[in-house]
Design a protein around this ligand. Structure first.
Ligand SMILES: Nc1ncnc2c1ncn2[C@@H]1O[C@H](COP(=O)(O)OP(=O)(O)O)[C@@H](O)[C@H]1O
Ligand SMILES: [Mg+2]
Length: 351
């Protein structure tokens, strides 16, 4: 049994099911990302964990204890809201002290714990300020300190970096991850940002329409997406319409490939653009490679890579080449080649 255990959680609002049978185990000290597009049920899941709303069905356990019916203040969970939700009229120190005052701790102890928490998020000395006198990144740290000061058994973060600019977000990502690791605190964080998910956690649970589509390490999610939705949502992918040969194999751009097609229904072959290579037509390829041919429509320099758009018998695809390598000229006839193992087949209509 995991330290944090969600079993069969469900929540409806009117006729709409926001969270549908979500089960997930998080080990002690582990950081898991709930990744998914807006509206897929991430915040609702987190709010059920924190005790801010009641599930219609299912249970939540921490360290073997069922806490599903406990009120929020008795769950010992640290929650960082998307909006930070700091009290504007209170000082930074009082904001951080809030959870300890609620728990009626002694004054001296509160002062010591607040100092410690502020030091942890590198805000020592700023306790007397009001939130509005801090930058966005600093306010974010106050919210984090307020969540950590109660020594929560579980830390919950809801899109907590989305209000920061790109550079600060990057820095905070690493900082939160290193605090999480050094405290060994069990963490569930919600994000719609795949880079955030891929860099800040041990495992990712991809959510889609209230359900968990796949749970795995960042590598597993990226390399072996279980569904079409996961393949499209995490990372970039070419979705290439394909056909079935009389022998039941995949045919792509008029080339019969060595692997089996689904028994029925329309389907696409998914390939990551950076796993494809462009070769001269004359160059031979081995049996472990897929090879299609086409013509270069255009090459676009995107800084760290070059995007090459190729058109062939079955449509268009994009190849990502490292910049610095010579890009083929427009109109040039080329072969596009990738390892068979980089091809994933998904039904056209399936989510
Ligand atoms: N209090 C509520 N009342 C009615 N519908 C809600 C409420 N909270 C969330 N929803 C709906 O539930 C779905 C999931 O919402 P939410 O959990 O906030 O998604 P996410 O955080 O992934 O963007 C959405 O369709 C949303 O509109
Ligand atoms: Mg949300």
């Amino acid at each position: 049994m995991s330290y944090l255990e969600l079993s069969g959680l469900q929540k409806r609002f009117g006729n709409a099911t926001a969270v549908d049978d979500v089960s997930l185990g998080v080990a002690k000290g582990e950081s898991v990302a709930l990744l998914g597009p807006s509206g897929c049920g991430k915040t609702t899941t987190l709010r059920m964990l924190a005790g801010l709303i009641d599930p219609d069905r299912g249970s939540i356990r921490v360290d073997g204890k069922d806490i599903t019916g406990l009120p929020a203040h008795r769950r010992n969970m640290g929650y960082v809201f998307q909006s930070y939700a700091l009290f504007p009229h209170l000082t930074v120190a009082r904001n951080v002290a809030f959870g300890l005052e609620e728990r009626r701790r002694a004054k001296a102890e509160i002062a010591r714990q607040v100092e410690e928490a502020l030091a942890l998020v590198r805000l020592s000395g700023l306790g007397a300020r009001k939130p509005r006198e801090l930058s966005g990144g600093q306010q974010q740290r106050v919210a984090l300190a307020r969540a950590l000061v109660i020594h929560p058994s579980v830390l919950l973060l809801d899109e907590s970096l989305s209000n920061l600019d790109a550079k600060l977000r990057d820095a905070m990502r690493h900082e939160i991850r290193s605090i999480q690791r050094s405290l060994g605190i069990t963490t569930l964080f919600v994000t719609h940002d795949q880079v955030e998910a891929l860099t800040m956690c041990d495992r990712i649970a991809v959510m889609h329409r209230g359900r968990i589509a796949q749970i795995g390490t960042p590598e597993e999610i990226y390399e072996k997406p279980a569904t079409r939705f996961v393949a499209e949502f995490v990372g970039r992918a070419n979705a290439l319409p394909a056909e079935r040969t009389a022998e039941g194999k995949v045919r792509l751009w008029n080339e019969a490939l060595g692997f089996a097609a689904p028994a029925k229904g329309a389907f696409d072959v998914f390939v990551r653009p950076q796993r494809m290579r462009i070769l001269p037509l004359s160059e031979a390829t081995g049996p472990d490679a897929v090879r299609v041919t086409g013509r270069v429509l255009r090459s676009v320099f995107v800084g760290d890579h070059v995007e090459v758009l190729v058109e062939g018998a079955g449509g268009q695809l994009t190849v990502e080449m490292p910049s610095g390598s010579p890009a083929p000229g427009e109109g040039q006839a080329v072969a596009v080649v990738w390892p068979v193992a980089e091809s994933r087949v998904f039904a056209r209509d399936a989510a």
